[in-house]
Design a protein around this ligand. Structure first.
Ligand SMILES: CC(C)(COP(=O)(O)OP(=O)(O)OC[C@H]1O[C@@H](n2cnc3c(N)ncnc32)[C@H](O)[C@@H]1OP(=O)(O)O)[C@@H](O)C(=O)NCCC(=O)NCCS
Length: 179
């Protein structure tokens, strides 16, 4: 699949919720538990921090948005965490296992290094082995499990804590994405 990797804009809000809401409704993959409206998403994108990275994967030709990855500052309440980002990855449910997440990671890593991030620290639902496989395949290591950390539809779910260092490798050599 040919993919264009580019930064999100507020005009992408509808495409983003078209991917995200079915993932939320499946109740299996994410700790988001409420659907997003297009208006709320547009507003969120418009307010997205300039230090964040939000990459879309757009199928070529055709221009269909088939996945995205969002990296946000981990703890904006202190400068101590300025070098740490948290990451979410979302691929359209009917487009999985075609290398879309694999294409997004290097674009996000590259942009994250450019913006001064040195590591990513994030969470994956313990009952989402596909996500864990994708992240560990991208160099993330498991650093622990937060027990009964999410509660969705009255059911507790553990969260697996994962992290990955970003080194200078991602700063210069990468040329696979624009934006
Ligand atoms: C997890 C997710 C992002 C993976 O995206 P994807 O585009 O399907 O992943 P890729 O095709 O790039 O897969 C890369 C590798 O990850 C591993 N992988 C992906 N899906 C897998 C699965 N269901 N089971 C086991 N390994 C899997 C494989 O090693 C795969 O390589 P391969 O296909 O050559 O064997 C996607 O399934 C998704 O969006 N799921 C719903 C939302 C979600 O769970 N997000 C993560 C939480 S933030």
């Amino acid at each position: 699949m040919d993919l264009l990797l580019r930064d999100v804009t507020p005009a992408d809000a509808e495409a983003v919720v078209r991917i995200l809401n079915p993932i939320i409704e499946a109740r299996l993959y994410t700790v988001f538990d409420q659907r997003f409206t297009v208006d709320a998403e547009r507003d969120y994108i418009a307010r997205f921090p300039s230090r964040g990275v939000w990459k879309l994967a757009v199928r070529q030709p055709g221009g269909e948005v088939v996945g995205f990855q969002v990296l946000e500052p981990f703890g904006p309440y202190t400068t101590s965490f300025d070098h740490v980002g948290s990451l979410g990855t979302y691929v359209a449910l009917d487009q999985r296992r075609q290398g879309i997440a694999s294409a997004l990671f290097p674009a996000t890593f590259h942009a994250a290094v450019q913006k001064g991030f040195e590591k990513i620290f994030t969470f994956v639902r313990a009952d989402n082995p596909a996500a864990l496989a994708v992240y560990t395949g991208q160099g993330f290591t498991v650093v622990g499990t937060a027990k009964r950390h999410a509660k969705i539809d009255g059911r507790y779910i553990d969260e697996v804590l994962i992290e990955r260092a970003l080194d200078g490798r991602w700063a210069g050599a990468f040329s696979g994405a624009n934006g």
